[in-house]
Design a protein around this ligand. Structure first.
Ligand code: AMP
Length: 196
C-alpha cells in the first residue's frame, strides 16, 4: 500500500495546514516516511535556532514564547534557504509554513522560480475544545496555558484565511482530525492518492 501510494503521488510537494494541536507534526512525519520526502517543520527549525543562540535565535526567542508569529521577511529567508537544499528536490512536506497570505505568496514565487507547483494542501480540522486539551498535554515551553489562547487566536486571524486562498487554486482538501491518529493518516494518504 505504501509503495503503491508513493508511486501514484510521485515527487510530493505538500503543505499541511492545521491549528496548533491538530496533529500536523505527527502526520507530517508519518507522511514524509511513507512518501520518502523531506519533512520541513519551520517551528522545529526556529526552536533549533533559539537553542543555537545565534543572531536569529536571539531575535526570535521572545516571539516564540509569546505564541506570536515571526515576521514574514525572516520566514521568507529561512524557508528560501531550506527549499534550495538538495534533499528537497525529491519532494517535501511543509509543516507550519505558510502561516500568512504573504508567506503563501512567497512559497508560490519560490516554486514558480524552480518550475514547480504544489501537489496539494491538506487542512486538518479539529474542534477547538479538543485542541486546548491536546496542547496542554504536550507540556512544551510555548504551550503554557496563557499562551495557548493566543496561538489559537493567531491561527484563526492569520493562518485560517489560507484555507480559502488554497481553495481558490483548487489545491485544498479537508481532513477530519478528530479521530484516532492512524485513521487521520489513512484519510490523508487516500486523499493524496486522488489529488494527483
Ligand atoms: P509550530 O511548532 O509550527 O507550532 O511553531 C512554533 C512557533 O514558531 C510558532 O508559534 C511561531 O512563533 C513560530 N513559527 C513557526 N512557523 C512559523 C511561520 N511560518 N511564520 C511565523 N512564525 C512561525
Amino acid at each position: 500500500m505504501d509503495a503503491e501510494a508513493r508511486k501514484m503521488v510521485g515527487n510530493l510537494r505538500l503543505v499541511l495546514l492545521g491549528p496548533p494541536g491538530s496533529g500536523k507534526g505527527t502526520q507530517a512525519e508519518r507522511l514524509a516516511k511513507t512518501f520518502q520526502v523531506s519533512w520541513i517543520s519551520t517551528g522545529e527549525m526556529l526552536r533549533q535556532a533559539v537553542v543555537a543562540d545565534g543572531e536569529l535565535g536571539q531575535r526570535i526567542a521572545g516571539i516564540l514564547r509569546s505564541g506570536n508569529l515571526v515576521d514574514d521577511a525572516t520566514m521568507a529567508e529561512v524557508v528560501s534557504e531550506r527549499l534550495t537544499q538538495p534533499d528537497v528536490e525529491a519532494g517535501f512536506i511543509l509543516d507550519g509554513f505558510p502561516r500568512t497570505i504573504s508567506q503563501a505568496d512567497t512559497l508560490s514565487r519560490i516554486l514558480r522560480e524552480a518550475g514547480e507547483t504544489l501537489t496539494c494542501v491538506l487542512s486538518i480540522d479539529v474542534p477547538e475544545k479538543e485542541l486546548v486539551k491536546r496542547i496542554l498535554g504536550r507540556n512544551r515551553a510555548d504551550d503554557r496555558e496563557i499562551v495557548i489562547q493566543n496561538r489559537l487566536a493567531v491561527y484563526r486571524e492569520k493562518t485560517e484565511p489560507l484555507i480559502e486562498y488554497y481553495k481558490g487554486f483548487g489545491l485544498l482538501q479537508s481532513i477530519n482530525g478528530d479521530q484516532p491518529m492512524d485513521a487521520v493518516t489513512e484519510e490523508m494518504t487516500a486523499k493524496l492518492a486522488v489529488a494527483v
